[in-house]
Design a protein around this ligand. Sequence first.
Ligand code: SAM
Length: 283
Amino acid sequence: MNDGRIAIDWDSARASNRDNWEDRVPLHEQAYGISDFDDPNHLTRIIRTDLAALVPFLPDGSVSGLDVCHLQCHIGTDTLSLARAGARVTGVDFSPGALESAANLAERLGIDATWVESDVLESCAAVDGDFDLVYTSIGTITWLPDLDRWATQIAGLLRAGGTFYIRDGHPALYAIDEHADGLQLRHPYFGNGEAQLWDDESTYVGDGKLTHSRTYQWAHPLSEIINSLIGAGLQILRVYEDKTIPWKFAPRMVEVPEGFAWPESERDLVPCTYTIIARKAGE
Ligand SMILES: C[S@@+](CC[C@H](N)C(=O)[O-])C[C@H]1O[C@@H](n2cnc3c(N)ncnc32)[C@H](O)[C@@H]1O
């Protein structure tokens, strides 16, 4: 079966992906609504949604005063929203341009934050200290070939009793042909270790073209995501599946207050995102 997947070594795939993410930084600086942060109460919609799901599982019901590590922090808008909610934040990303942009925004807003340039799969060795919360969301593990290694980094970054939170596009959604007229399966739901090669000059927000258009992404079924966390010693506290997603995954999606969703008649047919909240055992 030719399902578009290819074998590629991680160093080459990561280099292509990093070039692609570097190209996106100036476009996202224009499209992410950064001037909204001039309102000192502004938090991104992603963080407002995630805090509502997360805080019931935090020991004091708040991120205030917690040490938080944000993996794949991009240009820092969610990281700085967590800081505005009271957390001490460290953002990790492999894109130097994204981190420079994040640091500039933090300085402009007068927010203390630490930024670490690292492959997320090597983040435990790159980041100093340990954390009450490791957070990652919306556009994360499809960029990674090896979830066991990913989950090991998360477990290593967490303090005993610390919490892990992820919300991202559902693997069942990623199996759908985003350009088809109706809900139609096209891409593999199950991973086989090989990468899906994408060639796309556009990004998910705003206009403008990317010079480095080739990326490599990996399918990870929900069982693989959950089992990687269990395998790293984390206890799963809660799993949610939702019918909305923060970005327009397909042209046929319609805008709703939480972001985007399929037309109403199709909304119960397939999940758009999943959320997992997990905990590292206490001492
Ligand atoms: C869609 S963003 C996710 C952040 C957040 N949802 C946002 O929109 O600001 C994906 C981020 O993952 C980063 N990334 C991709 N692969 C990575 C890797 N192997 N290690 C570290 N960061 C990586 C990219 O540089 C990018 O900043």
